[in-house]
Design a protein around this ligand. Sequence first.
Ligand code: SAH
Length: 242
Amino acid sequence: MSAETQERPASNVDPAELAKFGSLAHQWWDPESDMFGPLHRMNPLRLAHIERLVGGLAGKRALDVGCGGGILAESMAHQGAKVTGIDLAEKSLKVAMLHRMESGVDVEYRLVSAEDAAAAEPGSYDVVTCMEMLEHVPDPASTVRACATLAKPGGWVVFSTINRNAKSFFFAIVGAEYVLRLLPRGTHEYAKFVTPSELAAHCRAAGLTPGDITGLAYNPLTKSFSLGGDAGVNYFLAARRP
Ligand code: SAH
């Protein structure tokens, strides 16, 4: 990776979004940081959810799209998956590589877009994960298509993102960024949120069969997340390549 560029030209990317994550990259592994603390707190739940969906990660090839500092990627490797993490924020990938040395896990990191990875290695992964990224890209349907192409026939693609409705506006933006200050202001943009039906439609258009939708609720009193049926704000959608 060249040191002078933080991101490289790719079409389905918002450079301001990459800069936002890159500028905070040193905080990726700080579980108390505003930006990434919530990802650390939700990670055990989403890891268990993915394991349940795919029937265990051990021995599977997994690709984490928009891996950031590698929070999910490392945890999937700990479960025995052979993991590759891709992102377009170079600073975040550097942090991921440094942390990999510390934890001694075997994760491969690459600076490549989902679309370019899909063109290079279609049908290669048992599990493709794309967490908390669709709401930061200009064209989420293109990312979904790339994830679908990267999955093996019979493989799984698991997304997480934020729903778009009055409740998610109040909880994910007003509540999280202004009242509870769980996230820095400006982390999320309401118009970019994706409803489960839009995401399911993108999946079907990409040849995937959308299935399980599971909500991820935040309890401000216990400061903890829980999995459940309420997909009103944060949610996971799992799809399978036939
Ligand atoms: N998936 C990780 C990180 C979520 S933060 C996790 O849940 O723990 C969103 C990530 O998406 C950041 O690392 C950001 O750099 C990345 N990202 C944003 N737009 C992207 C794009 N177009 N291509 C690849 N990664 C992107």
